[in-house]
Design a binder for this molecule. Structure first.
Ligand SMILES: [Zn+2]
Ligand SMILES: [Zn+2]
Length: 358
């Protein structure tokens, strides 16, 4: 421990308050005698005081404890400054592998580097807490068009509630075929028809998307004819799909999720605007997904319940894995009633209308 104290009323003071004592004390190791040094100064002599402190630090550098760098948000450990870094992220905690600080300068949002993520729907299938169902808008800064991660029922209205419309979409990326994640697609199509969309709409989804989306549309609006081009890409697990150029490029990688097999569930890893965003979709806890999200700029992870629930991830599992989760920011979605009512969660809970820039 190192302590530097400036005493305004040292023993030698003549009572005028014009003298200060600068005192350094340090205990390099618990079993060693403390190191101490001090000197008197005139109270207003800042330059000499600063020079003295610098001189003392220099002189005792070898005996002083190594500098403690504040670590990440959760592991509470000091960082070893010799820890391996890659230049862009120079200090990584050896204990938990978290990135300690981000040397990336905070630039203006219009700089074109980074993505905005808007949480349109963060609820579960049951409408817990009155929240909308899954829909997350992701757009590279400076790009006119963004993509929609999942399209739960009512997502077209959620877009409008947040000042967006289907015209702002260049792609829709679906995690799986459960209604709370893809039931809103026909309404997006309707919305796009009404606005006279001419640009192609790309839908990137698990296998079977063409058949399932056509069946859903036919069920809701029989014989609906879409006047704009709709390009459906059925991804395979592990496949990397290039995103439309209108989104400023980037790609989406399909990661097999652990959910109900008939729903063909994927998690998605997006690379867009120079950022990495990982979205779990619906999945049981997966160490592979946690590894995929290592040092990602944002991990959006489902947290359906506090305790284990088949096919979903619980808060307890995420909490137990917290030291291995190295994404720069983690936001919880698909949150059920008990998670919404809980305090002291291990990670930040997203809410409808939340906008973040990473
Ligand atoms: Zn769901
Ligand atoms: Zn599901």
């Amino acid at each position: 421990m190192l302590e530097i104290r400036i005493l305004a009323d040292p023993d030698e003071d003549d009572g005028s308050g014009r003298t200060v004592e600068v005192r350094l004390s340090a205990r390099p190791r618990p079993d060693e005698d403390p190191l101490e040094d001090s000197r008197l100064f005139a109270a207003g002599d800042r330059e000499r005081i600063v020079a003295f402190v610098a001189e003392m630090l220099e002189r005792h550098a070898a005996a002083l404890p190594p500098p403690r760098l504040e670590c990440c948000r959760r592991c509470d450990r000091a960082l070893d400054p010799q820890a391996e870094g890659d230049g862009r992220r120079p200090f990584v905690c050896r204990s938990c592998q978290r990135v300690a600080r981000d040397p990336r300068p905070a630039g203006p949002e219009s700089a074109g580097e980074g993505v905005e993520v808007r949480f349109l729907g963060t609820g579960d299938a049951f409408g817990a807490g009155g929240k909308r169902q899954a829909a997350i808008f992701v757009r590279a800064l400076g790009s006119r068009l963004g993509l929609l991660l999942d399209a739960g029922p009512g997502c077209h209205a959620a877009l409008r509630a947040e000042g967006l419309t289907s015209d702002d979409l260049g792609a829709v990326v679906l995690s799986h075929f459960h209604g709370d994640h893809y039931g809103g697609v026909p309404f997006l199509e309707l919305d796009a028809m009404r606005s006279g969309r001419s640009e192609p709409l790309r839908i990137i989804a698990p296998p079977g998307a063409r058949e399932r989306l056509a069946a859903l549309r036919d069920c809701l609006y029989r014989d609906l004819s879409i006047p704009f081009e709709e390009e459906i890409t059925e991804a395979l697990p592990g496949e990397t799909i290039g995103l439309p150029a209108a989104l400023e490029g980037g790609f989406a990688r399909a990661l097999a999720a652990r959910h109900q097999p008939e729903a063909w569930a994927f998690s998605w890893k997006l690379d867009l605007g120079g950022r990495t965003v990982v979205y779990s979709g619906d999945t049981a806890f997966s160490d592979e997904l946690i590894a995929e999200s290592a040092a990602a700029d944002l991990l959006i992870h489902e947290c359906t319940s506090l305790e284990a629930l088949p096919g979903h991830t619980s808060h307890r599992e995420l909490e137990e894995a917290a030291s291995r989760i190295t994404a720069r920011r983690v936001l919880l979605v698909h949150t059920g009633e008990d998670v919404l009512g809980a305090t002291g969660l291990a990670f930040e809970r997203a809410h409808d209308g939340l906008r973040v820039v990473v």
